[in-house]
Design a protein around this ligand. Structure first.
Ligand code: PLP
Length: 398
């Protein structure tokens, strides 16, 4: 007898938490998810900053269909010319500063972070790293080394290192780092899983000075902040600082799996010699993902979706006023709402979901819930979902 999808999920799929949300998604379109009973949910998560142009965009579906009729996987990354990969690489470079002119596609964000760390070791001959407390860069062992919370890392030690952790925006702490031993500093300009906390400009500019002074590579992890989410195509544009390595993922693939690092050509060439095959990957830059990603980026640019991000974010901030809300923070549509405790967040989220608003909490800020919708969310949808959020908070106060 075949199990229902939900019972097969619990019986046959490995779980990563004791009580998964287990909402049964049947389909997704635009800014909504639909469950098996036909109930619709306004999506305030966007697949964790993946679905920036909404779900099932016709241009993305058409690009995927076109590509699947030409070819699927043919060869590992880097050995044969695959039109959709080359075309997407060219497009990305066209929208980046001149020093970010070479793209290496991977399967995921974690693999891209791993590749960035390897490249930094090759380029500098050093092996120390600096990362921020409460940043998340992925779950495989290289990015896990950059995670500060021992609850998540201790069971997997030894990891890579040494890794020195700094607190976001604590510029003074930067002087305590032994920079001469550091290959790279890895920075999220908005610490997404810390509850969407933005970096200050002076702090980032000081980091860049120290990198230049000490031959340290500056790596920006724009896996969540990329592709319009913060109001510019990439968040670094708002800091006036160009990294040595830009790490991309999530929205990069337009809903298909993909990651990438982007750096200057001479730096990236380290992977091609002494030893050759410095980083290789079977499925990295999968042709279908590349076709989907390029189509999604084209939609983002043609519709100029980043233009309305600030006003949409402001509308959320204006409407979400309630005695139970302690703060709203973030940059653009990478936002979070603070309540007084994790317990409170745990109580309200099922009620939001019951009323058709899909959100969740953060890895390192469990007293906050997420407001990171597709950038295509409309003013009316924002008004409706804020009403629902406020009504649930009112009910809690009764
Ligand atoms: N970096 C950031 C900022 C992330 O949010 C994530 C995933 O949530 C990653 C890296 C890892 O990406 P992936 O899950 O594709 O390995």
């Amino acid at each position: 007898m075949q199990h229902s999808p939900k019972s097969a999920f619990f019986q046959y799929l490995a779980q990563t938490s004791p009580s998964p949300m287990a909402l049964e998604i049947d389909s997704a379109e635009g800014n909504y998810l639909t469950d098996r009973s036909g109930k619709r949910y306004l999506d305030l998560i966007a697949g964790i900053s993946v679905c920036n142009i909404g779900h099932q965009h016709p241009a993305v579906i058409a690009a995927i269909e076109k590509q699947i009729h030409r070819h699927l996987h043919v060869m590992v990354y880097g050995e044969v010319v695959q039109n959709s990969q080359s075309a997407y690489g060219e497009m990305l470079v066209q929208y980046l500063p001149p020093s970010l002119n070479s793209v290496y596609f991977t399967n995921s964000g974690a693999e891209a972070i791993d590749a960035a760390m390897k490249l930094a070791k090759r380029a500098t001959g050093k092996f120390g790293f600096v990362a921020q407390e409460n940043s998340y860069h992925g779950s495989t062992q290289a990015p896990l080394s950059l995670m500060s919370d021992p609850y998540y890392t201790d069971p997997y030690k030894p990891l890579l290192g040494p890794v020195y952790f700094i607190k976001q925006n604590q510029t003074d702490q930067l002087d305590t780092i032994p920079w001469k031993n550091i290959a790279a500093i890895i920075i999220e300009l908005v610490q997404a899983e810390n509850g969407t906390t933005p970096a200050q400009i002076e702090y980032i500019q000081r980091i860049q000075e120290l990198c230049i002074l000490n031959h340290v590579l500056l790596v920006f992890d724009e896996i969540q902040t990329g592709f319009g989410r913060t109001g510019s195509l990439f968040a670094f544009e708002q800091y006036n600082v160009v990294p040595d390595i830009l790490v991309l993922g999530k929205a990069l693939g337009g809903g298909m799996p993909m990651g990438a690092i982007v750096a200057r050509k001479e730096l990236m060439q380290q992977f091609a010699s002494n030893p050759i095959l410095g980083h290789i990957t079977t499925f990295g830059g999968h042709p279908v993902s590349a076709a989907a990603g390029k189509a999604a980026m084209q939609v983002l640019i043609d519709a100029d979706l980043k233009k309305s991000v600030a006003s949409k974010a402001n509308l959320f901030r204006e409407l979400l006023v309630h005695p139970r809300i302690t703060s709203i923070q973030g940059m653009g549509l990478l936002m979070s709402v603070g309540l007084s405790s994790f317990d409170e967040v745990l109580q309200v989220i099922p009620k939001f979901i019951e009323k058709g608003v899909f959100t969740d909490w953060f890895l390192f800020a469990n007293n906050r819930f997420r407001i990171c919708p597709p950038l295509t969310i409309t003013e009316n949808e924002i008004r409706t979902c804020c009403q629902i959020i406020l009504s649930v908070l009112d009910e809690m106060s009764k």
